[in-house]
Design a protein around this ligand. Structure first.
Ligand code: GTP
Ligand code: MG
Length: 450
């Protein structure tokens, strides 16, 4: 089952896009696809686009365009053709027959990149699951492809019986992988909720926007930064000493892309757990990219798919130092007036960002009376560490503390039997806790162990 998804590594590849009539308005409609192809190791030798209302049902491109593509393949002696759009299994089959080279679609190349970048057992399993789910409806084509390689064109493919056996094997493996990943998910959920004593912030954003660079700039973490798509596949969580606030947890995670395959989002559920449980999202966007508006929209749609679109989110416009970014930042700020412009690489704007993060976190401060028994030292330390204790009143064995504390911290104690909470009024705006000296501060490094 090695060749479950094809690869374009070091192949001479032609890029193909179907555009809406009038084009899609991008300066270079092939920029992202080329980025994907190069990250996957391909050598791009040609490009072809067609403006069409709807794809041709059998061959995706119209008849004339397929012939043009065939000529282009011959001319460049290409090994593969990469489509920016997802192809139906039959369309791929027909195109491979007509062109006599490998035909890949966007999902396939994304899966290929993920599989080479996956480092931990968990992300390897997640990628394998997504690959098999992609391959299952296409097994016949994969077999034909393999047999063509091994036996030459025109030879008979494997019998239906063999195909059926393979299908069952793949289905069984998919089932096993789902079970294993389900265990990872549950473990991860426990792990993340076990750290609920601290506010957590998750970096999200389009791939290559600079999330890992920002993580390094803020926490002196040492996460991989590369001018490649999907350099990060696993979540890293680090402690960030937030000025005017105290320690919080910051997580870097896998980047998003337009039309991210659904099966991939599903299989990376455990990895995205930090994002789901975060108190605040930092949405990092690459202000130097002409497609930044579309990228921001794509990220919002993935967040929606994860069910976290309602979370507090701060938009961070990164790479303001890069060429052409300045003008764009201006118009971006018109559209998103609360966004913060920074350069993670040059460490510009980091303190403004930190300030905006503290302000966002403190927006949720609540004015409350918290009552507990006088012997509950743990709770008193918790309130002092995460909020402001304004006064204490004692009555027999009970103590009532008047506190201001973020909603999220309050939520974490409301199920405690020894605690009763009475809200005084509406949220108040206080940035507190500058010199928090909590004993149970989080570790500097929280490695996700697979
Ligand atoms: N000019 C400039 N380049 C930056 C900046 N921040 C990041 N980069 C570059 O952008 C590229 C991607 O950075 P990463 O931090 O790996 O991006 P990422 O969002 O973590 O990407 P993935 O993990 O692949 O999703 C690298 O080449 C960085 O050096 C910045 O502020 N200015
Ligand atoms: Mg990264």
């Amino acid at each position: 089952m090695q060749d479950r998804v094809q690869s374009v590594a070091s192949e001479a590849t032609i890029l193909v896009r179907l555009l809406p009539p009038g084009g899609d308005g991008f300066q270079d409609p092939f920029a992202e696809l080329e980025g994907l192809a190069k990250t996957a190791g391909a050598r791009v030798v040609g490009r072809l686009s067609q403006q069409r209302e709807r794809p041709h049902p059998a061959t995706y491109l119209g008849k004339g365009k397929v012939e043009e593509l065939e000529q282009l393949v011959k001319h460049h002696d290409a090994d593969a053709v990469l489509f920016d759009n997802d192809l139906a299994p039959a369309q791929t089959r027909n195109l491979e027959k007509a062109l006599d080279v490998k035909v890949l679609d966007r999902t396939e190349v994304i899966l290929d990149i993920f599989s080479t970048h996956a480092q931990t057992i968990e992300s390897r399993l997640a990628v394998e699951l997504a690959q098999l789910e992609y391959a299952l409806p296409r097994l016949k084509r994969m077999w034909t492809h393999l047999s063509r390689l091994k036996m030459g064109i025109g030879m008979r493919g494997p019998g239906e019986k063999q195909l059926e056996t393979d299908r069952r094997l793949v289905e069984k493996r998919i089932h096993d992988l789902r079970t294993q990943l389900g265990e990872f998910e549950r473990r991860k959920e426990r792990q993340v909720s076990g750290r609920r004593g601290f506010m957590s912030i998750s970096l999200v954003g389009y791939t290559n926007a600079g999330k890992s660079t920002l993580m390094n700039a803020m926490t002196a973490a040492d996460v991989v930064v590369e001018d490649k798509l999907f350099a990060t596949l696993d979540t890293r969580t680090r402690r960030w000493q937030l000025p005017n606030w105290g320690p919080v947890l910051l997580s870097d995670t896998v980047g998003f892309i337009r039309d991210l395959p659904h099966s991939l989002i599903a299989s990376f559920k455990a990895t995205l757990e930090e994002t789901r449980q975060a108190d605040l999202l930092l949405h990092v966007a690459d202000a130097s990219n002409p497609e930044v508006y579309e990228q921001i929209a794509a990220v919002y749609s993935v967040l929606e798919e994860l069910g976290v679109e309602a979370k507090d989110t701060l938009l961070v416009l990164n790479k303001v130092d890069a060429e052409g970014a300045a003008d764009r930042v201006h118009s971006l700020l018109n559209r998103y007036p609360h966004a913060i412009a920074i350069s993670a690489k040059e460490k510009q704007g980091i303190s403004e960002l930190a300030h905006a993060v503290s302000a966002a976190l403190s927006r949720s401060f609540q004015d409350v009376d918290v009552e507990t028994s006088v012997s509950n030292g743990k709770l008193m330390a918790y309130m002092a560490a995460h909020g402001e204790v304004l006064s204490k009143r004692y009555s027999e064995e009970r103590v009532i503390m008047h506190c201001r504390i973020p909603e999220a911290y309050l939520n974490r104690i409301q199920d405690d039997e020894d605690v009763s909470i009475r809200r005084r009024d509406t949220p108040c705006n206080i940035v507190g806790n500058e010199d928090s000296t909590s004993d149970d501060s989080p570790p500097d490094t929280i490695e996700e162990v697979a």
